[in-house]
Design a protein around this ligand. Structure first.
Ligand SMILES: *Cc1c(COP(=O)(O)O)cnc(C)c1O
Length: 380
């Protein structure tokens, strides 16, 4: 079955008892057992809940994976994956990472005795040279946040497997509709379902998908042992979001490509980052690795922070807010918002300049979005 069909049906059979077409929200913490040691597959809702099971099966299917696990947030999913590491282990990570992942690695995981080496993702061979005898895991995001650089997943997977290391790909920015890291050799995919999968800016959630049964068994143990699971209602909302992922992603991309082309030519724009533009340094790689370029655009405005402030305050449709991937368009200022936890020198070194803004292009009409941007840019 094709993606759109699986997103609507996989794990979501009508309820056998009532015929309800939609998976019910099983608001229960516990389950009656038939006899001591004999139950129907569910014992306690931290361990398993039927609404979450439906979501986990749908998540696995749309990532072309065998097994899915749902979590209370993207960072809960990340923390659970990193819990597989032990004191003395080592991580290699790309240097253009979600700020919260960086904070987790540096301020939490480091205290477990697990250190991380960050690799300049513009030099892919550095992933190999950064490997130590105790390296257990490579962690990448692509497209990256906020500079929308593309990392060749197959090349990094090859480096990881030659060295017996697990490759994790955070696929939040592309969504499984446009990119399938497991098909390209990744061992584990992580998502913040808060973003495109949920798609409506109304929940916080996370996911882990793998086709490796041994990893799944271990991760499922940690999911239950750590307990950072989503509520049945949040599971249901993500499941509902997934049903329309394909149609939403097509609209996000159509709008983003149109606006990126418009912004690229605008005299107030100094620099634009969008993988769908011919001018993007890794446009060719993006075309090969992804089936679409997504809905995120980053740009630098001429004139520095003062121009950014004016731009942000004049926008009406693009709301100034953290997060991304919802149906409504958002504007974010990475230096103070998503990447505010990075030391300034580190931030500038990574190219996150004071005149950089990030747009999450929603699915409003593209001409309304264009007019909003035009109006905010033209005044001075
Ligand atoms: C938002 C985000 C996360 C963290 O997810 P939460 O749901 O906020 O915990 C991780 N990675 C990426 C790329 C994100 O955008």
């Amino acid at each position: 079955m094709e993606f759109e069909t699986r997103a609507i049906h996989e794990g979501q059979q009508p309820d056998p008892q009532t015929g309800a077409v939609i998976v019910p929200i099983y608001l229960t913490s516990t389950y009656q057992q038939d006899a001591i040691g004999k139950h129907k597959g569910y014992e306690y809702s931290r361990t398993g809940n039927p609404t979450r099971t439906a979501l986990e099966e749908a998540l696995a299917s749309i990532e072309n994976g065998q097994f899915g696990l749902a979590f209370a947030s993207g960072l809960a999913a990340t923390t659970t994956v990193l819990s597989m590491l032990k004191s003395g282990d080592h991580i290699v990570a790309g240097d253009d990472l979600y700020g919260g992942t960086y904070r987790l690695l540096e301020r939490v995981v480091k205290n477990w005795g697990v250190n991380t080496t960050y690799v300049d993702i513009d030099h892919i061979a550095d992933f190999e040279t950064a490997i130590q005898p105790n390296t257990k895991l490579i962690w990448i995001e692509t497209p990256t946040n906020p500079l929308l650089k593309i990392i060749d997943i197959a090349v990094v997977a090859n480096i990881a497997h030659k060295n017996n290391i697990i490759l994790v790909v955070d696929n939040t920015f592309a969504s499984p509709y446009f990119q399938k890291p497991l098909d390209l050799g990744a061992d584990i995919v992580v998502h913040s379902t808060t973003k495109y999968l949920g798609g409506h800016s109304d929940i916080i959630g996370g996911a882990v998908i793998t086709s490796n049964e041994q990893l799944y068994t271990e991760l499922k143990f940690y999911q239950n042992a750590i307990g950072a699971v989503p509520s049945p209602f949040d599971s249901w909302l993500v499941l509902r979001g997934i049903k329309t992922l394909a149609v939403r992603m097509r609209e996000h991309e159509k709008n983003a490509l149109f606006l990126a082309k418009f912004l690229e030519k605008h005299p107030k724009v100094e620099r634009i980052y969008y993988p769908g533009l011919l001018s993007h340094e890794q446009h060719q790689l993006a075309k090969e690795q992804m089936s679409g370029f997504g809905g995120m655009i980053s740009l630098e405005l001429k004139g520095g922070f003062a121009e950014v402030e004016k731009f942000a305050s004049r926008l009406k449709l693009f709301l100034l807010a953290e997060s991304l991937g919802g149906v409504e368009s958002l504007l974010c200022y990475p230096a103070k918002m998503t990447h505010g936890s990075l030391p300034e020198a580190e931030r500038l070194k990574r190219g996150i300049n004071d005149n950089l803004v990030r747009l999450s292009v929603g699915i409003e009409h593209l001409l309304d979005l264009q007019a909003d941007l035009e109006n905010a840019l033209s005044s001075s």
